[in-house]
Design a protein around this ligand. Structure first.
Ligand code: NAI
Ligand SMILES: N[C@@H](CC=O)C(=O)O
Ligand code: NA
Length: 815
């Protein structure tokens, strides 16, 4: 025998009532079960409003009419004409009674809790009578039951306490006397010893179901609602929240305590005591098999069951020497609050006993403050206690699950996710049951925090990186197409999803609420963009306050660099291929590193040296493991490498430079390659990463260009000068070729000094054999002393560079 309870939305429309009937029809032995019904959705609130209007002397006739019409509409739609009359008649009686009650409220200007309960009772009475009659069309022995007569309570109207033994006896007797009937029972309402209507408070119809289940030893309670059971988090906050197949009672309790509104577990206690399983089902999606809440849950793969949250909370902090070692202090505090019906949501106490922090609903905060002022007047006056202050604008986030008890590292995972996302934790509480760890955080961070924590715990889901990209040139656009192409691969092999939330070039910027469709970035920028404004771009990125957020700089501009430190300090990781940041003043380079370390985010710039080649990463690993770099020798200009590798036979120097530019090897301004500046930047960055605090002026560059080329004021002038000086380049080439050598532009770091020189090397030199845009780097270190560690490969070009940026992004995502 089961109890089936249908909530307000499940009885709210003709469609949903049809669905309810279908559910009953497909329930095996439905007639043996008991159906408990709520009022039609919105009706309870409407009744309350009518009562209040009557009390205020305002008109309520329209509302009453609307309520009547809603019910009558259902009757006309779902009952054949011949069956309608008795239902109309009964409901008219109810509406007349209700009108009389409201009229007296209006006349007497008196609205007691008792009267309110009476007014509210018409919601369940109307819906249950009506639906039981509709059900009669399909089931022969339906009986509508005024549940209020069987559930006996005290006279605490609005939140009456049930006399369980008496109620259970009445229910059992009633059932025995009607054993052949299919019972449809009003939820929520009960009566006191005088037979006056009372109500059961929050979650009242669930409570009715649980009471009936316990009284009749039901095998299960089905709670039919309008969502897919209990979810891992509030789906309005977390898009990826998913339905839980199974929970223990305790987990359901903990989860619902903060938030999850599907059921109100305290009402389930009668079922809990008798170990009756509860299943939450969706009237509008019967394919969903339900969330089971039961005593004997199986082992779960999930590290936690869910994340619950309270959007708005206030905290009070009480501190002072008067508390230390004072037995009974907290007892006095909390019993006083409970006496005054102030619900304390969470408590933390420092082990020094010097302070207690507790959280309450914002509406209770001022009252709590006043009560404390009174209760501890003496202690406050004698300064044994500090005057407490209320802090508002806070939220609670809690992770819940029985598995936490057995698994170490759960809190580490929670705090790591919060820390990396710059969520400051104001207070922490862990239930001694270890089923729940709660943190108090700023309300502005709640959504980011819940999403970040959800990503951190449910690793079987894709983690989402929220990315903001500057630059849509050579590298930027290649990155977008790689991202777009690799999206499915990322999802399957890396459990990662990359959402580009904002893009900008130097002219326009565009933000997306839900992540940009990368096949449309050009149209979006062209048609739906704002004028580019870097300041605003960064502001907006911060304001969106998204979890796992990354800023990507694919420009060659000094401007974005000004924001890196600030961005890192906002707990947003930075990935950059722009070398200007790391090769500027050393103090700024150091500040980036420090900000990333302090705020627990990543600052990745692999492509600053050798494009996608793993140079920065390799050097970092060497340094991390305590190795010392004695010497670095390298060819790090892909452009110059390409030029020297192709400057052969009768080819002209300036033509090959143009070719390198067309192939995307050069900087946006190719002069930056040929004048050695780009190479200088790379050597400087390497030297700094190797532990040398060098500045640009410390790098000695031998120019490979005649002075006139270096002086060219524009890029076209530069090309013209290169052409004019073709004899110079020709002579260089001849000299090298005639001695069986090749031209190489080589950087060297040794003893803390960096030099970049133009050399001619023969085939005995390790840098002799290069082709295309190859870079080569050799590290001589304490460990790689006799034979250096060498990395070689294409060191320029859009594909390899964008791929390096991409890899940096993925590495941020992996954390
Ligand atoms: N080409 C290569 O092989 C490699 C290039 N890089 C670096 O990649 C970066 C980008 O190079 P390219 O894509 O070739 O340059 P590009 O000139 O093709 O594109 C630069 C983009 O940045 C945008 N931009 C400039 N200032 C901006 C600002 N203040 N705000 C927003 N957007 C701005 C421009 O509108 C353009 O979309 C450079 O820093 C370069 O050093 C790094 C490694 C290798
Ligand atoms: N312009 C650069 C590209 C890589 O940083 C080069 O030619 O090496
Ligand atoms: Na690299």
């Amino acid at each position: 025998m089961q109890i089936l309870k249908f909530g307000g939305t499940s009885v709210g429309t003709a469609e949903s009532i049809k669905a309810l009937i279908e559910i009953l029809q497909s329930t095996p032995e439905a007639e043996k079960s008991v159906v408990v019904l709520s009022a039609m959705s919105g009706v309870t609130n409407l009744l309350l409003e009518m009562a209040e209007k009557a009390y205020a002397g305002l008109g309520y006739a329209d509302d009453l009419k609307a309520m009547e019409e809603r019910h009558f509409g259902i009757i006309k739609t779902l009952l054949p004409a011949a069956a309608q009359n008795p239902v109309f008649t009964r409901l008219r009686i109810y509406f007349n009674e209700l009108e009389d009650v409201l009229q007296s409220v209006s006349n007497l200007k008196e609205l007691s809790l008792q009267t309110k309960d009476l007014v509210l009772s018409y919601g369940e009475r109307c819906s249950t009578f009506m639906i039981s009659h509709i059900a009669r069309q399909y089931f022969p022995d339906v009986l509508c039951v005024e549940g209020s007569e069987l559930i006996k309570t005290d006279s605490n109207f609005g939140q009456a306490k049930v006399n369980i033994p008496l109620t259970e006896m009445l229910i059992r007797d009633f059932r025995a006397a009607n054993s052949e009937k299919f019972l449809f029972v009003t939820g929520f309402i009960a009566s006191n010893e005088l037979g006056r209507i009372t109500t059961l408070g929050r979650g009242g119809s669930d409570y009715t179901a649980a009471i009936w289940a316990a009284a009749l030893d039901a095998t299960a309670i089905q709670i039919w609602t309008d969502v897919d059971g209990m979810l891992t988090a509030d789906p309005r906050i977390v898009e990826k929240a998913f339905s839980l197949p199974e929970l223990s009672y305790t987990e359901a309790m903990e989860l619902s305590y903060f938030g999850a509104k599907v059921i109100y577990p305290p009402t389930m206690i009668p079922a809990f005591l008798k170990k009756i399983p509860i299943v939450i089902r969706n009237t509008f999606n019967t394919a969903f098999q339900g969330t089971y809440i039961r005593h004997d849950v199986g082992a779960s793969e999930l590290p936690i069951k869910g994340i619950s949250s309270i959007n708005e909370i206030s905290i009070l902090n009480l501190s002072g020497s008067g508390m230390v070692g004072k037995a009974g202090f907290s007892g006095r505090l909390f019993s006083m609050l409970s006496r005054e019906q102030i619900n304390v949501v969470l408590i933390t106490q420092s082990s020094s006993e010097h302070s207690i922090t507790f959280a309450v609903k914002p509406a209770d905060a001022i009252q709590a403050l006043n009560l404390i002022s009174k209760e501890f007047e003496l202690e406050l006056q004698t300064k044994k206690l500090e005057y407490p202050e209320v802090e508002n604008g806070l939220s609670v986030l809690a992770i819940v699950g029985e598995n936490m008890k057995r698994t170490p590292g759960m809190s580490a995972r929670l705090f790591n996710a919060l820390g990396r996302n710059g969520v400051n934790v104001r207070a922490i509480a862990q239930g001694s049951s270890e089923y729940n760890i709660s943190v108090i955080i700023s309300k502005a961070d709640l959504s980011k925090a819940v999403n970040a924590v959800h990503d951190a715990f449910y690793s079987q889901l894709k983690k989402t990186l929220h990315v903001f990209c500057l630059g849509t040139g050579n590298i930027g656009k290649t990155l977008f197409s790689q991202l777009q192409y690799q999206m499915p691969f990322l999802a399957t092999t890396n459990d990662l999803e990359v959402k580009v939330m904002g893009i900008s070039n130097s002219r326009q910027m565009y933000f997306s609420e839900s992540g940009l469709d990368l096949s449309q970035w050009e149209e979006k920028l062209a048609n739906e963009s704002l004028p580019a404004d870097l300041d605003l771009f960064v502001q907006q990125m911060k304001a969106m306050n998204l979890p796992n957020c990354v800023f990507v700089d694919n420009t060659a501009s000094p401007n974005p660099v000004e924001y890196y430190e600030d961005i890192l300090k906002a707990s947003i990781s930075v990935v950059t291929c722009n070398k200007i940041g790391n090769s500027g003043p050393y103090s700024r380079y150091a500040a980036f590193k420090k900000a990333a370390r302090t705020f627990g985010v990543d600052f990745y710039y692999e492509t600053n040296v050798g494009a996608g080649l793993p140079i920065i990463r390799t050097l970092k690993d060497l340094m991390l493991s305590g190795d010392k770099v004695a010497r670095i020798e390298a060819i790090l200009s892909g452009t110059i490498s390409y030029i020297f590798n192709n400057f052969k036979g009768d080819r002209l120097f300036h033509e090959i430079v143009k070719e390198a530019q067309d192939k995307g090897y050069t900087e946006p301004d190719p002069r930056d390659d040929l004048n050695g500046k780009d190479f200088m930047r790379k050597m400087l960055i390497l030297a700094r990463d190797a532990g040398y605090a060098l500045e640009e002026a410390d790098v000695d560059i031998e120019s490979m260009l005649p002075a006139a080329c270096l002086a060219a004021e524009t890029v076209p002038d530069f090309y013209a000068e290169l052409e004019k000086n073709k004899a110079y380049f020709e002579e260089l080439k001849q000299r090298a070729e005639s001695s069986g050598k090749v031209l190489r532009y080589i950087g060297k770091l040794e003893s803390g000094k960096v030099v970049i020189t133009l050399q001619m090397v023969d085939d005995s030199h390790p840098f002799f054999m290069l082709s295309g845009s190859d870079n080569i780097i050799s590290f001589t270190t304490d460990r790689y002393k006799d034979r250096p560690l060498v990395i070689k490969g294409p060191g320029a070009g859009a594909e390899v560079t964008a791929a390096g940026v991409f890899a940096d992004l993925i590495n941020v995502g992996k954390k």
